[in-house]
Design a protein around this ligand. Structure first.
Ligand code: FPP
Ligand code: MG
Length: 293
């Protein structure tokens, strides 16, 4: 049931992305690299979250598509740059060659740069009101910059080989992963013109889900093999990465992830909104927890 609903939403997003790529293809090598990474089999969690937040507030999911695409572009940039030799030096992503392995390092750097800017142009050329455009543009910049994704990645790199405590790891996870989940929920709720209280609650759901997601990513790096992850596993320990498993141990990390998914469920249970979508948000958090059971 949950999977069917999520797949349905993913399909809507894929069609929107395909249309965007068709209409904007300038036949350059740079475009090709951006399109390659954008279509390299992601789960589309972030745009789907934006859709769910929008529908939770009883607006059609189509309203969230521009915001979801912009966020997926930012996410894709972050993966391209994260895989570069200077950062994580990975050859595979989602079972395919990473952007720099396929197109060379210079092109991968530039494709990442381009995707950030494309995200803003997608919002700018949408039919959102000026107010909504301003709000989403500002939040994208905030969630991705000095107090967001890029800072999180910086701290993650800095923490390699060092001892970290729970507060530090939580901050890194929040910045490098949960910020985009929070942003997705915010953007979906904002385009649906949600009021302050419900927007704040939906953001909180996104934050907890994002923190759980990164904890689970850390756990699976230890417990899974590369084939099922579509990327190298057992990498964190080799690189001396700061992970939740390093701080809490495997069982502790599992409990941590479980607690976060429970918090996500609790916050969304406590607000009014579309009943069917509320159940999907609850099931999504519940399923996430089961991934590491
Ligand atoms: C995989 O998401 C992504 C994460 C687990 C987040 C980790 C954060 C980074 C790699 C930040 C990098 C940032 C910069 C600025 C270089 P996913 O499983 O949703 O990926 P998918 O789209 O492949 O499914
Ligand atoms: Mg990486």
């Amino acid at each position: 049931m949950l999977n069917a609903v999520l797949n349905e939403k993913r399909t809507v997003f894929e069609a929107f992305l395909e249309k965007y790529l068709k209409e904007n293809n300038d036949s350059s090598g740079l475009f090709e690299a951006c399109a390659y990474s954008l279509t390299a089999g992601g789960k589309r969690i972030r745009p789907v979250l934006a859709m769910l937040a929008c529908e939770f507030l009883n607006e059609p999911l189509e309203k969230s598509l521009h915001a979801g695409l912009a966020i997926e572009m930012i996410h894709t940039f972050s993966l391209i740059h994260d895989d570069l030799p200077a950062i994580d030096n990975d050859d595979l992503r989602r079972g395919m060659l990473t952007c720099h392995k396929k197109f060379g390092e210079a092109t991968a750097i530039l494709a990442g740069d381009c995707l950030i800017l494309l995200a803003f142009s997608v919002i700018g050329s949408s039919s959102y009101s000026t107010e909504i455009k301003n709000d989403i543009t500002r939040e994208i910049a905030r969630s991705c910059g000095m107090q967001g994704l890029v800072q999180g990645e910086f701290l993650d790199v800095e923490a390699e080989g060092k001892e970290v405590d729970l507060e530090e790891i939580k901050r890194i996870h929040y910045l490098k992963t949960a910020r985009l989940f929070e942003l997705s929920m915010y953007a979906g709720a904002r385009v649906a013109r949600g009021g302050r209280e419900r927007v704040a609650a939906l953001k909180k759901y996104g934050m907890n889900l994002g923190l759980a997601f990164q904890a689970i990513d850390d756990i699976l790096d230890v417990t899974s093999d590369g084939a099922s992850l579509g990327k190298a596993s057992q990498k964190d320990e080799k690189k001396g990465k700061a992970t939740i498993v390093k701080v809490l141990g495997l069982d502790g990390a599992r409990l941590w992830a479980e607690d976060l998914t429970n918090k996500a469920i609790q916050v969304v249970s406590g607000i009014s909104g579309n009943r069917e979508i509320k159940d999907i948000l609850i099931n999504l958090a519940d399923e996430m927890k089961k991934r590491v059971k």
